[in-house]
Design a protein. Sequence first.
Length: 248
Amino acid sequence: MSTPQLTKPLIGISVSREIGSDNVPRDFLRATYLHAIQLAGGIPILLPNIPESQEALKVCHGLLLTGGGDYDPARYGQSDKGTKWDGVSTDRDETELLLIRTAYDLAMPIFGICRGIQALAVAGDGSLIQDIPTTYPDSVLHHHQSAPRSSPTHQVTVDKSSHLASILGTEQVVVNSFHHQAVDQVPKNWVVNAHAEDGVIEGMELPQYPFGIGVQWHPEDLVDSFQEARQLFIAFVQAARQYQEAND
């Protein structure tokens, strides 16, 4: 029996790791990521925090790096300043870095969200601001909002010449915000494409690459109400479809 041809691209998605109340580790993902990928025409494939996930990624057509807890500062050459909000997961750190290297080797489309943009920085010898309130004590922006996840709360300025601007169709976008860390030193070959009003990096992209974009906000929570958020996922899944057509 012949295997039916896939008509939709497979999107490999990184997942969070936590220790439950029963003291047992569990991998999980908020369903809004799944909804956003499905809405854009892709099929979500969850990649657990195990080394073998890099092999599973090889049958996918795009890599989505999702939000979550803090990276171990040692991975970007810093000591812990005692400002972590969430416990570090060594398994997740190691798995994501393997996934990123695999995606690069395959020239596979990559989209990083929140922790995901930070993962791209760490993987490329960049660095992170460990705590925005400490680094920007005079900022009036609330990078970790109290409003619902589906409510944008602050403005981001996008470089008009960037790939991100061409996707969004605008140079000003209002975003939601749930982070206390951000990219500091941009990784090699990546360029900043968006800033918050206080100067915090909100986006970066990899020129001359099929699709390499990271954003600090959470567009997956906005796709039902905001066209700009939908367009990000549509563009990513379209790039994954092109990868699929070229490689399957």
